[in-house]
Design a protein around this ligand. Structure first.
Ligand code: NAP
Length: 317
């Protein structure tokens, strides 16, 4: 069976950036993506915070060019779902539903996913008023009204960040007490732009092309009511922060992790020689396309160095 130099698991910005750097360095590189290239940004209609992006740049348009670059530099791409890995030793084994793959080095870029509310309209209006990323989308709600769903650290911190843009931020929480740390809560209660809607869940999101209203339920009384956008605004934002989880279950017990996030050093090395992690799946402070792409470039460069050390081959970036 063929042994690739580098196998990259995942075809989001981290994986494709790793593919570009590995392919350009003439590494025999395989990228395995389970479904759709791009990861979380395939649902992004407007991508204005990736350096160099100009008006009209979307998640899919950027990803399309990243895939083309990987092809240009000779990466092989396959569609498969990885179910198991054997990472110890000089030859790593990556088992998929369709095939088994072998590599001298592996770069794990499986990403992460947001917990969703699961109510009618949420999926339909994602990117059209419903968001899971304040850093990405806050600027689109300058002077608008915004609702934040959740009561943990992420919801409260992101709600406060949103107050820098939005006219008013209302936090909707299913209980009457926040889960967030006390110090974070205190800052939120002191923030004049913040309001709180307790014992409330979002039951439905409605609109015509963009979010225009939502149905909420009082968890104590069971009563529902509809909240409409201010007439002049025509819309409002719904930011959902009810949990975020890395897609790392197949690596459990095999690589060092913290709360499911793979631990790496600054050069993307995991605790296993020849195994690297990049992008949202690793423990880091900022999960954005630009940081995922940077991680991928570093991981591929380091994987090249690792292979060079392993075999003594000439290697140049
Ligand atoms: P989290 O702590 O698990 O909080 C999730 C929140 O969402 C909870 O308040 C929960 O309500 C609510 N929730 C869960 N499912 C829901 C549903 N289906 N409908 C409505 N509400 C729902 O998640 P997180 O805030 O994303 O934080 C994750 C981890 O990262 C935590 O360990 C957190 O401490 C850490 N973090 C730390 C910082 C920081 O220290 N600055 C910042 C961000 C995150 P209940 O409370 O009723 O369960």
């Amino acid at each position: 069976m063929k042994t690739y130099d580098i196998v990259i698991i995942g075809g989001g910005p981290a994986g494709l950036s790793a593919g570009l750097y590995a392919g350009r360095a003439k590494m025999d590189t395989l990228i395995i993506e389970k479904q759709k290239y791009g990861g979380q940004i395939v649902i992004t209609d407007e991508l204005e915070n990736y350096p160099g992006s100009i008006e009209g740049e979307t998640g899919p348009s950027l990803i399309g060019r990243m895939v083309a670059q990987c092809d240009k530099f000779g990466c092989t791409r396959v569609e498969d779902t990885i179910t198991d890995v054997e990472l110890e030793g000089d030859v790593k084994v990556i088992k998929g539903l369709k095939e088994e793959y072998r590599a001298k080095a592996v770069i794990i870029t499986g990403g992460a996913t947001h917990t969703t509310i699961g109510c009618p309209g949420e999926k339909e209006f994602t990117g059209k008023g419903v968001s899971y990323c304040a850093t990405c989308d806050a600027a689109f709600f300058e002077d608008f009204e915004v609702f934040v769903v959740g009561g943990g650290d992420a919801a409260v911190e992101e709600a406060m960040y949103l107050t820098k843009f939005a006219r008013k931020v209302t936090l909707i929480h299913r209980r009457d007490q926040l889960r967030a740390a006390r110090s974070i809560q205190e800052k939120a209660f002191a923030n004049e732009k913040m309001e709180f809607m307790w014992n409330t869940t979002v039951e439905e999101i409605k609109g015509d092309g963009i979010v225009q209203s939502m149905v909420v339920k009082d968890t104590k009384t069971g009563e529902t009511r509809e909240i409409f956008a201010d007439e002049e605004d025509g819309t409002f934002g719904i930011f959902v922060f009810i949990g975020f989880k890395p897609l790392s279950s197949i690596y459990e017990g095999k690589i060092e992790m913290e709360r499911g996030y793979i631990l790496t050093d600054d050069d993307m090395h995991t605790n296993i020689p020849g195994v690297f992690a990049a992008g949202d799946i690793r423990k880091k402070s900022l999960r954005q396309v630009v940081t995922a792409a940077a991680d991928g470039a570093i991981a591929a460069t380091q994987a090249g160095k690792y292979i060079e050390e392993l075999a003594g081959t000439a290697y140049k970036y």
